[in-house]
Design a protein. Structure first.
Lengths: 235, 160
């Protein structure tokens, strides 16, 4: 302490001990005053510590159509990853059945049957295609994230023949589920970007889609293909 | 004995009585400790989701962030005395916050929820300052935070 550096003046010649004590008291009082001044400054020094917290990358989205990528189930601390696999949904129509109006069940090469949320066997393959994901955002509930399908006008074969995408529809369910599905049943709209579901913020959403080909027209024989791209858009 | 002497003796006894009674009735005095020498090793605490994926129910939106803080407390005023030092995390925006920490041994590890304080040291004060490196993890409901925000805490001395 600086006031400890103060030194008392030497006693003046002829000063009595009583006078000396008074002098000490005088300097003691001055030191006390200095101390008081220092103490009055203490509240500034004795302040609280402030840490700055920043929500880093609070926006997280995950969409899985078919097989996905997770290091582990969520409830076991799983982390989402990327999977670039494009799964196929297909149907082979027997020649005798072409165009008879009986919908043909489609199957998938996806192997995704379990939910990455908890490992629950949610879908059945090859009849169902898993679709699920989540939308993470800080700061409370926001508008839902939308899942859209970008649909070509038609499936095509090598000869350039076409089958409209609208000839494909799907139903939606999930093992053990009741009530509305987050990714509802529907059918493709030719050459469109159509909504196929939504996700409320900070919720896990999943459905199992069962596709079918309407089979109510007679196209030329051939292998018809097309790619639908699914996109999750968060606000 | 003069009247002045009797009054002085009365004052003496009164002082003695107070000196006996007062300590028993007194509560420990709490003083905020000068922590001006305290520094964080990172400029800010980055909050991340505790769990990357949300639950189906839409709850459990905890965000967590860890930082290292070099705590340096000026305890000169209590040198050669005993005291209890607490870490106080006041209630503050944006809402309930929890902090847990580990230390390198000078202070006690612990955890605290905002609006409370926790003992981090008790014993004699033998040096003008006390230092330790605290690894602090903050936890906050992610639904409460949208942008950077400050969290204030302080160290308090309860004098024996």
């Amino acid at each position: 302490m600086h006031d400890n550096q103060l030194s008392l003046p030497a006693s003046e010649p002829g000063m009595t001990p009583v006078v000396h004590r008074l002098q000490r008291c005088h300097y003691g009082l001055r030191r006390a005053l200095i101390g008081a001044a220092l103490c009055s400054a203490m509240p500034n020094a004795a302040s609280a510590y402030t840490a700055t917290l920043t929500p880093a990358t609070p926006l997280t989205v995950y969409l899985q159509v078919g097989v996905g990528g997770f290091t582990n189930d969520y409830i076991n601390g799983g982390q989402p990853g990327n999977n670039t696999t494009i799964n196929r949904v297909s149907a082979t129509v027997a020649a005798a059945a072409v165009g008879n109006g009986t919908a043909q069940a489609m199957t998938t090469d996806s192997t995704a049957i379990q939910s990455y949320w908890d490992g629950y066997t949610f879908c059945s393959v090859p009849g169902q295609l898993y679709i699920g994901g989540f939308y993470r955002t800080a700061g409370g509930a926001t508008a839902a994230a939308l899942v859209t399908a970008t649909v070509p006008a038609a499936l095509t074969d090598a000869a350039g023949d076409t089958i409209p995408f609208s000839k494909i529809r799907w139903t939606s369910s999930g093992n053990g589920d009741s009530g509305a599905q987050p990714f509802a049943a529907g059918n493709f709209v030719n050459g469109s970007v159509q909504n196929v579901g939504s996700m409320s913020s900070n919720t896990w959403n999943e459905s199992c889609w069962t596709f079918s080909y309407l089979n109510n027209t007679v196209p030329p024989a051939g292998t018809f293909t097309g790619v639908v791209r699914y996109t999750l858009s968060a606000p | 004995m003069t009247r002045a002497g009797r009054e002085l003796r009365g004052a003496f006894f009164l002082a003695c009585a107070l000196s006996i009674i007062w300590p028993a009735a007194a509560r420990a005095k709490t003083i905020t400790i000068d922590d001006a020498g305290t520094q964080a090793l990172e400029p800010s605490v980055s909050l991340k989701w505790k769990n990357a994926a949300p639950p189906r129910s839409g709850r459990n939106n905890l965000m967590v962030g860890t930082t290292t803080i070099r705590v340096r407390l000026n305890v000169m005023p209590w040198l050669r005395r005993s005291g209890r030092i607490y870490l106080n995390l006041p209630a503050q925006p944006p809402g309930p916050i929890a902090a847990s920490w580990i230390t390198q041994g000078r202070f006690l590890p612990g955890q605290v929820h905002s609006g409370n304080r926790v003992l981090v040291y008790t014993g004699p004060i033998t040096a003008p300052s006390m230092e330790d490196m605290l690894t602090v993890r903050f936890s906050v409901d992610g639904s409460l935070v949208r942008r950077t925000f400050p969290v204030t805490f302080r160290f308090e001395m309860d004098e024996d």
